[in-house]
Design a protein around this ligand. Structure first.
Ligand code: AMP
Length: 505
């Protein structure tokens, strides 16, 4: 398509509203195709109108600027419209992983002080929180209410520091924290990525990520929206349909597991990727072997990037120039990055230290946890990511591990403490240690090491069914190993690094 001028705000970051900043194409080119689904397509104008209808529905449910809308919904055009409605009206969007159990959902909805919870058809609504269903066959759903809105309210003005969204990160102590992101966090990062990855109106983004996480909701959608590009929207990652649609796309954003799955199909080849100009990977480390194998198979070098919920995307391998496997590239525009040695001084090139950052994407703080927020900054105002890394002489970052024991499996973060707490409560369990071990498909797999009381008849079935009851499936251990005692250091701390080594397949 030619003659189209994408609306990426030449005159500074913020228009009067984040909605117009990110979704201004809906005004300048409403007929452009936006979401491409299997059997139908949504133009920018149609999605804009649907967002306006959801604004009316939210208002009817009593939500106003600053109220929290907690959603646990499947990936759909209406789910995107509902997110856009929040940006349009100043309601804070709080998306939840669709795998969370009702117990987990109840915690988040209550913690967020949800003005409304919106779930899937048949969901169990959290007690004491007003709840709705997004869609479904019966009347009375939020979508049904939206269908009946004819007067579309105007876009609400917002400033950069205003609160736009909250995403829960799993807490290392088992207590999840709500990371509050501002309007300018979202806009600044979208703009930096749009420019770094050279988004164009003609791009077609193959969208295979969930939309309850920064990667799929903000990174992918915002880049496309800023450019006025189209988004081929897949509900889930399925190799066959991804292969079909790669041939009709130009960009794909994935997690390493996606690339591993494509490579596992022996017939996946350069022909599948012939129309593509960019593959990106992030959320978890992409192995050098997979990076190389993908290049050998397709001729494309994946652009690996690094970020976190609290900071948005921080670094990326260059669009032009060397995309070096095993590295996450250079800081994006608007990001300052330093690596600090254990002594607190700047690490020398090649020296491992803590990755610390400052910049436009750094969040407003953890919801109702001012001390946790304060603890995550150095005295001089730099945010401590918790990741360990090193810079080379040119300023290129390589991540070498995590300061915490975070496990990333299939691109999703899992904190061992939360699983340990569930297993420790099982009758016959003395203690447990949960670690991640390398896994060719998921990146890392969860393994639970369990010490049982002597003489107990503890079996794996009991442990598994306890996890079924309390934890989302992606957090369940893939393996249980019963031992007599956990390895501990002189200070009494469990030596997880040693366990990881012993359990390595
Ligand atoms: P999340 O907040 O869910 O986005 O998870 C953030 C964490 O994911 C970071 O602190 C890193 O530990 C990890 N991460 C993100 N991108 C990468 C990457 N490209 N390589 C290695 N780890 C990554």
């Amino acid at each position: 398509m030619t003659g189209f001028d994408p609306c990426v705000g030449e005159d500074g970051w913020m228009a009067a509203s984040i909605y117009d900043d990110l979704f201004g194409v809906a005004r300048s080119a409403p007929d452009r195709p936006c979401l491409l689904l299997d059997d139908h397509e949504w133009t920018y104008g149609r999605l804009d109108r649907r967002a306006g209808q959801f604004v009316g529905a939210l208002a009817q449910r009593g939500l106003t600027v600053g109220d929290r809308l907690v959603v646990q919904v499947d990936k759909s055009a209406d789910a995107v419209a509902l997110y856009l409605a929040c940006l349009r009206t100043g309601v804070v969007h709080v998306p939840l992983n669709t795998a969370y159990t009702p117990t987990e959902v109840a915690f988040f909805a209550t913690d967020a002080g949800a003005g409304l919870f919106v779930g899937r058809p048949g969901h169990r609504p959290p007690a004491d929180v007003p709840a709705d269903t997004l869609g479904g066959s019966d009347g009375g759903t939020l979508a049904y209410l939206a269908d009946r809105q004819t007067d579309l309210p105007p876009v609400v003005e917002r400033s950069g520091d205003d609160w736009a969204a909250m995403l829960y990160t799993s807490g290392t102590t088992g207590r999840s924290k709500g990371a509050m992101l501002s309007c300018s966090n979202l806009v600044a990062n979208a703009r930096a990525l749009h420019d770094a990855w050279r988004f164009e109106p003609d791009d077609v983004l193959l969208h295979v990520l969930p939309i309850f996480h920064v990667h799929g909701l903000f990174v992918a959608l915002h880049c496309a929206f800023l450019a006025g590009a189209s988004v081929r929207f897949h509900e889930r990652f399925d190799v066959e349909s991804v292969r079909r649609d790669l041939r009709r796309s130009t960009v794909m954003m994935g997690v390493p597991t996606h690339y591993v799955r494509l490579l596992a199909d022996p017939t996946f080849s350069a022909d599948d990727a012939a129309s593509m100009r960019l593959f990106t990977s992030g959320s978890a480390p992409l192995s050098a072997a997979d990076h190389e194998a993908f290049t050998a198979r397709t001729g494309h070098r994946i652009v690996e990037r690094y970020g976190m919920t609290e900071t948005m995307i921080l670094t990326s391998n260059p669009y032009d120039g060397d995309r070096v496997q095993g590295t996450v590239g250079y800081p994006l525009a608007g990001v300052e990055l330093r690596v600090t040695s254990e002594a607190g001084s700047p690490a020398a090139p090649g020296e491992v230290g803590t990755v610390e950052i400052r910049g436009d994407g750094v969040f407003l703080g953890y919801w109702q946890l001012p001390e946790k927020t304060a603890d995550s900054y150095r005295d001089d105002g730099w945010f401590v990511t918790g990741d360990l890394g090193l810079l080379d002489a040119s300023g290129r970052l390589t991540l070498v591990g995590r300061g915490s024991d975070l496990i990333i499996s299939g691109g999703l973060n899992i904190y061992p403490k939360e699983i340990e707490a569930v297993l420790d409560a099982v009758d016959g369990v003395v203690e447990t240690a949960v670690v991640g071990v390398p896994d060719p498909d998921f990146g890392e797999a969860v393994v639970a090491v369990v010490v049982a009381t002597s003489g107990s008849d503890l079996d794996e079935h009991t442990l598994r069914s306890t996890c079924d009851e309390h934890l989302a499936r992606f957090k369940h251990p893939k393996r249980y190993v019963v031992v007599d005692a956990l390895p501990r250091n002189a200070m009494g701390k469990v030596q997880k690094a040693m366990l990881r080594e012993q359990l390595r397949p």
